[in-house]
Design a protein around this ligand. Structure first.
Ligand SMILES: NC(=O)c1ccc[n+]([C@@H]2O[C@H](COP(=O)([O-])OP(=O)(O)OC[C@H]3O[C@@H](n4cnc5c(N)ncnc54)[C@H](O)[C@@H]3O)[C@@H](O)[C@H]2O)c1
Length: 270
């Protein structure tokens, strides 16, 4: 079918868009002709990215947000609706691990800092729930829209150390499936909610776990790579095909799913 994966002129919101994975998404969707809305709390990086994209002749605009602040999100919603009149796709990308919420190899569950763990759960879970509550209103009125959450390998198989992050991303998977039914049964089958579960990509939120200060790989990295059939980390661009499929009508009968993008890590034992 011609144009099956077409996303031209769709209004695509991406939270955490100024991050490493988000930046690859913004550039790709803009080059494919979408109107990309960059939502991030990092104003400097967000504005720089928007300028880079518009200078290249594509459509992108930055809006400051905090995915944990419903008032700011509501203001974003009015500004975006005033500027574009619709929202076709929401990618809930803001998230990540936090150093304080991990259990170091020489520590145990008895050393866990519950407050740090709560912060990670807040960012990854409520940072997905709140933007979904706010931005899906437009999709409900349009009777069409695609929400894509970013889960993680840590949601599917608990990884050592990142106790809080794994719990939070597992909840994102459950929320994805919950919202599939919630939106489709109450507002129609044009509303879809899916997630991707990326494996290991070297970005800011995991840099200290994966690399030493001199840039060499940590023992954890070597352990990850030895359990990855492809024997390497992923490149941000390797998420784009799945994301475009989920954003476009090519996936119009797909909702409540989690697509793993991990070089085989999840499927592999020995
Ligand atoms: N890197 C990986 O290996 C990997 C694997 C699986 C899942 N993920 C997930 O992918 C998503 C993107 O992460 P990344 O690796 O590009 O990380 P990153 O740290 O490069 O980007 C995260 C972005 O989120 C923004 N952000 C953080 N808190 C925010 C808030 N409260 N409001 C608005 N913006 C906020 C940051 O400013 C940053 O631009 C995250 O949800 C992460 O958990 C990453």
């Amino acid at each position: 079918m011609k144009g099956l994966f077409d996303i031209k002129d769709r209004v695509i919101l991406i939270t955490g868009a100024a991050g490493i994975l988000g930046t690859a998404m913004v550039k790709h969707f803009a080059e494919e002709g979408a109107k990309v809305v960059i939502l991030d709390r990092n104003t400097e990086a967000g504005e720089k990215l928007a300028k880079e994209v518009t200078d290249a002749g594509f459509s992108a605009r930055f809006f400051y947000t905090d995915v944990l602040n419903k008032e700011i999100l509501e203001k974003n919603y009015s500004d975006i609706m005033a500027a574009y009149g619709r929202i076709d796709v929401l990618i809930n990308g803001a998230g990540g691990n936090m150093a304080g919420a991990t259990i170091a190899p020489d520590k145990t569950i008895f050393d866990l800092d519950p407050e740090a763990m709560k912060k990670v759960v807040d960012l990854n879970l409520f940072g997905t729930v709140l933007p979904t509550m706010v931005f899906s209103k437009a999709m409900v009125e349009q009777k069409k829209g695609s929400i894509i959450n970013i889960a993680s390998e840590a949601a599917l198989r608990p990884l050592t150390r990142v106790a809080g992050y794994g719990v939070a991303k597992a909840a994102v998977v459950n929320f994805t499936k919950y919202m599939c039914g919630e939106l489709a049964t109450k507002f129609g089958p044009g509303l879809r909610v899916n997630a991707i579960a990326p494996g290991f990509f070297l970005t800011e939120q995991n840099r200290t776990l994966l690399t030493n200060p001199d840039g060499s790989l940590t023992p954890r990295s070597h352990s990850i790579l030895s359990h990855t059939p492809y024997k390497r980390f992923g490149e941000p661009e390797e998420l784009l095909g799945t994301l475009q499929w989920l954003a476009s009508d090519a996936s119009q009968f797909v909702s409540g799913t989690v697509t793993v993008i991990d070089g085989g890590f999840d499927a592999f034992s020995i």
